[in-house]
Design a protein around this ligand. Structure first.
Ligand code: SF4
Ligand code: SF4
Length: 210
């Protein structure tokens, strides 16, 4: 703990709140060591020792509560109440509460802004295209379009009404989805896809962001 740390305006070093361990009673179970998040006790020689007493959270007595043999004790709680009164801490506490609420509000609005930004991202779009695909090598051109780029075409379906019809250039129907392999926004890529469809003389039936 930093030497000049304060507890609601009172120097922490002036507050004698920390665990006292009865080494005769302690059985070295380590529960206080594993329970405390502040590293107050260590267990050298199979006995708990509060090596960082002033890191103990004022008012906490968790390790004492969980100790199976009641080897840990704390001062009477009156000690804290007396300090609160003597140092008139509530003006400080109110300001701290205000600061905490402001910080929480800022965090909440930052999280909401991040959610909005994510919601505005388009990472997947579905295209439906109709036309004659037969000799246009459309699939190869799709492959060329994503070469060395972080995009992909997935769930591709080509519906050919009849095999004989295909040879006679009957229109077919294709659907596919455009995705980003890095979960990034794909909006700047979509004009390239539309252009590819147009260049092949196909009809864009629908385009939907998913
Ligand atoms: S009272 Fe709480 S903060 Fe203090 S040593 Fe025990 S568990 Fe840690
Ligand atoms: S929880 Fe109690 S018995 Fe276990 S190590 Fe800590 S002081 Fe000793």
């Amino acid at each position: 703990m930093a030497k000049d740390e304060m507890w609601h305006g009172i120097p922490r070093k002036d507050i004698p709140w920390y665990p006292t361990v009865d080494v005769e009673t302690c059985i070295g179970c380590t529960l206080c060591y594993t329970t405390c998040g502040r590293g107050v006790c260590e267990i050298p020689d199979n006995k708990a020792v509060p090596v960082n007493a002033m890191s103990c959270m004022v008012g906490c007595s968790t390790c004492g509560t969980v100790c199976p043999v009641q080897a840990i004790t704390f001062p009477e709680r009156d000690l804290i109440w007396k300090l609160e009164r003597e140092h008139r801490i509530f003006k400080v506490v109110r300001q701290e509460a205000k600061d905490k609420m402001t910080k929480q509000d800022a965090l909440k609005s930052r999280a909401a802004a991040a959610d909005d930004a994510v919601a505005k991202l388009t990472t997947r779009a579905r295209f439906e295209v109709a036309g004659e695909f037969g000799e246009k090598r459309f699939l190869i051109q799709m492959e060329d379009l994503i070469k060395e780029r972080s995009y992909d075409f997935v769930n591709l379906r080509l519906e050919v009404p009849t095999v004989q019809g295909a040879t006679q250039k009957t229109p077919s129907f294709m659907s596919f989805e455009v995705t980003s392999t890095e979960q990034e926004d794909i909006q700047s890529f979509l004009p390239d896809v539309r252009d590819l469809i147009r260049r092949n003389g196909l009809t864009l039936v629908s385009e939907n962001k998913l």
